[in-house]
Design a protein around this ligand. Structure first.
Ligand SMILES: [Ca+2]
Ligand SMILES: [Ca+2]
Ligand SMILES: [Ca+2]
Length: 326
């Protein structure tokens, strides 16, 4: 065998070196793996947190949308309430203006009546005076011109003289006005009392020159009318738009004094006057119902103040309104 001329590598060292390197490599890998694993854990955690925040944001956005919707709805409701209030205020203003005008008219009538009464009083006083003292200033004929009132005497109860009927004298005519005046005064007093009476009885509501009673019971049209008549009034007759609006605001279905019982489709008020201004509900009167016979009118409370009347069977039971003029 030839001698080995090169140095044999120290395999021990090499192995050791390799093993060291491998160990180091392994450790690096382990470290990397551990780091990766740590990173992965962190990323997962971060993703979960992001997901949670995303969910929260979604939830918050939904809540905001709901609140926005609620606010929009609330705003619309407020707008409606505002519109209603404006309308109501305008109606009140109109009623106030009407009342003011009515009061002024009443005041004028009252003043005229007072003046008239004073004039009548003066005339009455003058007449009374004349009756008591008449005929003292000049000779006058009374009765059938056969007796003369002579003014040459001092004693007023000793002034008569009989004279020739051909004598020319002044004379006095007499007309019975005293009774007429008393009657007239009484009539004026009654008118005056009526005019100055501005209150309605308890349970009655005043509007313009009438008092209105809303029943608490429900009866047929005829029974309702009887109830009003027994109290010296009648079912309400609607003479103006303002009166219709006033009645609508009772917010009840009520009988009114309007019927076509006598002649179908010829509507008349209870005082016999024909219907001129009407406030029928849509498609009414239709004379429909189960009996095809609707002859009495009611005010409904579920549409508009000036679209409120419906014809109904007179046997239906409703509340009612009596009207009494002041
Ligand atoms: Ca009336
Ligand atoms: Ca009818
Ligand atoms: Ca009807």
């Amino acid at each position: 065998m030839s001698k080995v001329i090169y140095t044999e590598p120290d395999m021990n060292k090499k192995v050791k070196f390799d093993r060291d390197n491998r160990d180091k490599d392994s450790e690096d890998k382990r470290n990397n793996l551990s780091e990766f694993s740590l990173n992965k854990t962190n990323t997962t955690e971060e993703r979960d947190q992001l997901q949670t925040r995303y969910n929260h944001l979604n939830e918050e956005s939904d809540q905001l949308q709901t609140r926005y919707n609620n606010l929009t709805e609330e705003r619309e409701q407020l707008q409606t309430k505002y519109n209603n209030l404006t309308e109501e205020r305008d109606q009140l203003q109109t009623r106030y203006n009407n009342l003011t005008e009515e009061r002024d008219q009443l005041q004028t009538r009252y003043n005229n009546l007072t003046e008239e009464r004073d004039q009548l009083q003066t005339r009455y006083n003058n007449l009374t005076t004349e009756k008591g003292t008449g005929g003292q200033d000049s000779p006058m004929i009374v009765g059938k011109r056969t007796i003369e009132v002579y003014n040459g005497q001092d004693d007023p109860v000793k002034t008569w003289n009989d004279d020739k009927c051909g004598t020319n004298l002044n004379w006095i005519c007499e007309k019975e006005v005293y009774n007429n005046l008393t009657e007239e005064r009484d009539q004026l007093q009654t008118s005056y009392n009526n005019l100055t009476k501005t209150c309605c009885s308890d349970g009655w509501k005043k509007f313009e020159c009438s008092c209105y009673f809303l029943s608490t019971e429900e009866k047929t049209w005829e029974e309702s009318r009887q109830d009003c008549l027994e109290g010296g009034t009648d079912l309400v007759i609607i003479n103006s738009k303002e009166e219709q609006e006033f009645l609508f605001h009772f917010k009840k279905r009520v009988w009114i004094g309007l019927t076509d019982r006598e002649t179908e489709e010829t509507w008349k008020w209870v005082d016999g006057t024909p219907l001129t201004t009407e406030y029928w509900y849509d498609k009414q009167p239709d004379n429909a119902g189960p009996t095809q016979n609707e002859d009495c009118a009611e005010i409904r409370n579920d549409q508009l103040p000036l679209k409120a009347w419906n014809d109904l069977s007179c046997d239906s039971k409703l509340n009612w309104i009596c009207e009494k003029a002041l």
